[in-house]
Design a protein around this ligand. Sequence first.
Ligand code: GRG
Ligand code: ZN
Length: 314
Amino acid sequence: MGELESEKHVKYIVSIEKKKDSFEALVMEHLRLNGAYWGLTTLDLLHKISAVDPEEVIPWVMKCYDEDCGGFGGNIGHDPHLLYTLSAVQILALFDRIDVLDVEKVSGYVAGLQNEDGSFTGDIWGEIDTRFSYCAICCLSILHSLDKINVDKAVNFIVSCKNLDGGFGSIPGGESHAGQIFCCVGALAIAGSLHRVDRDLLGWWLCERQCKDGGLNGRPEKLADVCYSWWVLSSLIMIDRVHWIDKNKLTKFILNCQDKENGGISDRPDNAVDVFHTYFGVAGLSLMEYPGLKTIDPAYALPVDVVNRIFFRK
Ligand code: GRG
Ligand code: ZN
């Protein structure tokens, strides 16, 4: 079935970090802090975080910080948003540099986005989505600041987005989608509330996502895509039902999506690679204990050694 082309993927990720004027960098402009998180986490899983210089990364991350409100934008001068604030905190955690943050200020920004019903808006414009519940809970947990929000209400809102099929949507009544399921299950895991998930029902829905080609899709009747190797598999692991899919077939599907010449992983075989699917492929393989990779934590989406450093530091 071929092997994971680790060295080529490292070269590919480092090259997109450098080629800031490439087409991919251009279309990804507003997502740069996210892209940096996906790329850097992949490098760390491949044991190659040393390929980038923290003295370049950390000052750039801090340039995306809005001192007035305490949140991070997607790039220098962009408006702050929970999505980018989580990416910034995750990148700083990867480099063990949370110390550069004003934790009171950043956690105050995140907590200020919680609504009366426990939900979160992504920024001042008011869109509500369980993605933002995940971002807030993950971010505050890394900052040891969950006490700044009403966790019970946050959990109750997420549970109100649970559907009869066992899955979760973006808002109450929203269709079940593997990406939202990751967010809801991840947030509930971090909040210590996984007992609110119907594990057998959800596990059944999630394992039904495996297609004939071995890959996973995000909803019934859709095509398989490497990114669901992350969204679906991480959720299955958190509810302890990962043995319900065929790992061997999924591993083959991911390895088939590699660009074996220039590095990088695509959404499905023979498509163009990008940094997101490179992360999803490598992270999916890490969840399946592929040899030579660091283990990734399914809830925090960070290598387990990084998570341990955050919570068990003496
Ligand atoms: C730190 C891992 C981590 C996440 C941060 C942004 C976020 C929190 C979570 C996003 C969850 C999500 C909704 C992912 C789904 C993304 C996706 C592939 C959407 C495409 O959906 P469709 O329906 O595509 O357009 P399909 O595959 O169904 O055809
Ligand atoms: Zn995808």
